[in-house]
Ligand binder design. Structure first.
Ligand SMILES: N[C@@H](CCC(=O)N[C@@H](CS)C(=O)NCC(=O)O)C(=O)O
Length: 209
């Protein structure tokens, strides 16, 4: 197996933290997003979506999407359990993982990609050339704040995002909360439950991965 990775990017960080929690090491191949290597013909043959992370399996299968990659790794390395131990817990982990992706990560990305000069003609990930839309910056900020408000409500009643146990959903949330800092949103500042949660997760050695 090999992991196509880029150390500065938030999505691959989710997989790196997951692997560190499992204490599993996989050889890595750097795809330098700053040099647009994800759009090279060679990499698009691996992942037509033009994104990292990608996990290459020993039979030549390529898995993209953090959720799929981590779910696969969980099946290979069941301990510690990070995708829930019961059908109910598993469903809650997947539910929150999806919410983090669609309401959190995509909202922060909407701000960054329509704001940063580096994304001027590349406002969406992937091979499609796509101009920025400045009006989406403010919309993305509002979506981001709304997402973290929803998370704050959840963490007021649950120790971890998907309930009683630390899970993939927490890894995803940590990466999203830190990613928000790239657009000067520090969601922990005004949300006490999220702040306490963030302190607990940030203290885990795996998050340095
Ligand atoms: N939904 C994907 C998102 C992957 C993604 O957007 N990765 C970013 C890096 S954080 C990327 O490769 N961007 C390439 C680009 O901007 O062209 C996942 O879960 O892996």
């Amino acid at each position: 197996m090999r992991l196509f990775d880029f150390g500065r990017a938030p999505n691959p960080r989710r997989v790196r933290i997951f692997l560190a929690e499992k204490q599993v090491e996989i050889p890595r191949v750097t795809v330098n997003l700053f040099r647009r290597e994800q759009l090279s013909p060679e990499f698009l043959a691996i992942n037509p979506g033009g994104t990292v992370p990608v996990l290459e399996l020993d039979d030549g299968t390529y898995l993209s999407e953090c959720l799929a990659i981590c779910h696969y790794l969980e099946a290979l390395h069941p301990q510690p359990v990070l995708f829930g131990a019961t059908p109910r817990q598993q469903a809650l982990v997947l539910m929150w993982a999806n919410i983090v992706d669609h309401e959190g990560m995509s909202a922060v990305a909407e701000v960054l990609r329509n704001l940063s000069p580096g994304f001027r003609e590349h406002a969406l990930a992937g091979p499609l050339a796509c101009a920025q839309i400045p009006a989406l910056i403010e919309r993305g900020r509002r979506r981001t704040e709304q997402f973290f408000d929803r998370v704050e409500q959840q963490l007021q009643h649950q120790p971890w995002l998907a309930g009683e146990h630390y899970s993939y959903a927490d890894i995803s949330l940590l990466v999203t909360a830190d990613f928000a800092g790239w657009v000067d949103i520090v969601p922990m500042q005004t949300r006490p439950a999220l702040r306490r949660w963030h302190e607990r997760v940030a203290a885990r050695p795996a998050v340095q991965a």
